[in-house]
Design a protein around this ligand. Structure first.
Ligand SMILES: C[S@@+](CC[C@H](N)C(=O)[O-])C[C@H]1O[C@@H](n2cnc3c(N)ncnc32)[C@H](O)[C@@H]1O
Length: 320
């Protein structure tokens, strides 16, 4: 129990943020990657979202994990080490570490550096096992440093919160292929995925009455202003989220309330009234579409657990 075994900073860089914003605002349909939501304030806002009554994914996923804890935690056997992608507040890891048979290490990985260090350090203080943190973009390749942590019987990848759903299916398959390389031949992967359901439930979850999701979305503009020096009037934009049935995804946008401009590094980007900046997708899957996705990757669906409404699934994957 104590300090982090290591902290590895792969510097998912501010330079990329600037270049990606200019590229995204130059497109016909303006867009920006959701990874830029997560500065420290954005991470805290997301943590608050997970407590909202309308935001069923977190409570539903937690219930599935608790109701099936014995079976899920027995799956990897003794001596596994956990590698968590997009670990955020590291809140769901505790039920896993509590149930696993003699876990050998926990590695938290996230793009939001300060939030990651705080969350992983808190786990290191509470558990008698080596805990490490890697600040990186999971869209790139990540190599787990060798000879620092005890050698585990196997790696268990853990990716809760349906963050996989923020990727297009093509990117999700690419991510899973890379995770297969990072975690090695006999690894397993526990993946939390949000499922298709009634449109009204979906629309309410991303348009909460307290306005926290709106604040989370609009924080991107504040971040662009503070970190990049962009000239923006955030009050000219509003949160706009809806379920796109054809593509089975929630889309989140920032919509201009009137004609307005964003200026950055000598560029001027004009938004007509009603025009949007597309900030996030959240794909909703059926089990059949998940199986088709896994077929494109080195992973096989061993089994899955769901809730009584079949709103969310915890999927256990094994390397083929
Ligand atoms: C939807 S939240 C889920 C948080 C937490 N795992 C949960 O289940 O509540 C997504 C998490 O992934 C992280 N994240 C988003 N994009 C990322 C990227 N490209 N690389 C690494 N982490 C990323 C965010 O900082 C955030 O902590």
């Amino acid at each position: 129990m104590g300090a982090l075994a290591f902290f590895l900073d792969l510097h998912p860089a501010l330079g990329d943020f600037r270049a990606d914003v200019i590229k995204g605002l130059s497109e016909d349909k303006k867009s920006i990657s959701p990874k830029y939501f997560y500065d420290e304030h954005g991470s805290e806002l997301f943590r608050q979202i997970t407590d909202l009554p309308e935001y069923y994914p977190t409570s539903t996923e937690k219930k599935i994990l608790i109701d099936n804890a014995a079976e899920i935690t027995a799956a990897p056997g003794a001596g596994a080490a956990v590698f968590e992608y997009g670990s955020g507040a590291s809140e769901k890891i505790e039920w896993l570490l509590n149930g696993l048979d003699q876990p050998t290490a926990y590695v938290a990985m996230d793009i939001s550096k300060d939030f990651l260090i705080d969350a992983a350090s808190a786990i290191a203080k509470r558990y008698d096992l080596p805990v490490a943190a890697i600040c990186a973009d999971f869209h790139g390749h990540v190599h787990i440093p060798e000879n620092i942590l005890p050698t585990p019987s196997k790696w268990l990848g853990y990716f809760p919160g349906s963050t996989l759903g923020n990727m297009t299916p093509e990117f999700a398959a690419r991510f899973l292929r890379r995770a297969g390389e990072t975690l090695g031949g006999d690894a397993q992967f526990l993946l939390g995925v949000d499922l298709e359901k009634d449109n009204a439930v979906l629309n309410a979850a991303y348009n909460d009455s307290a306005g926290v999701t709106a604040a989370f979305n609009l924080n991107l503009l504040t971040r662009m202003r503070r970190e990049l020096g962009a000239e923006i009037q955030p009050e000219d934009f509003e949160h706009y989220a809806f379920y796109n049935e054809e593509l089975s995804r929630i889309e989140m946008h920032l919509r201009a309330k009137k004609r307005t401009q964003i200026a950055l590094d000598g560029h001027e980007f004009t938004f007509q009234s009603g025009e949007t900046l597309h900030t996030e997708n959240s794909y909703k899957y059926s089990i059949n579409r998940l199986k088709a996705l896994f077929d494109e990757t080195p992973w096989r669906l061993e089994t899955y657990w769901t809730d009584e409404n079949a709103w969310f699934a915890a999927c256990l994957l094994s390397n083929k």
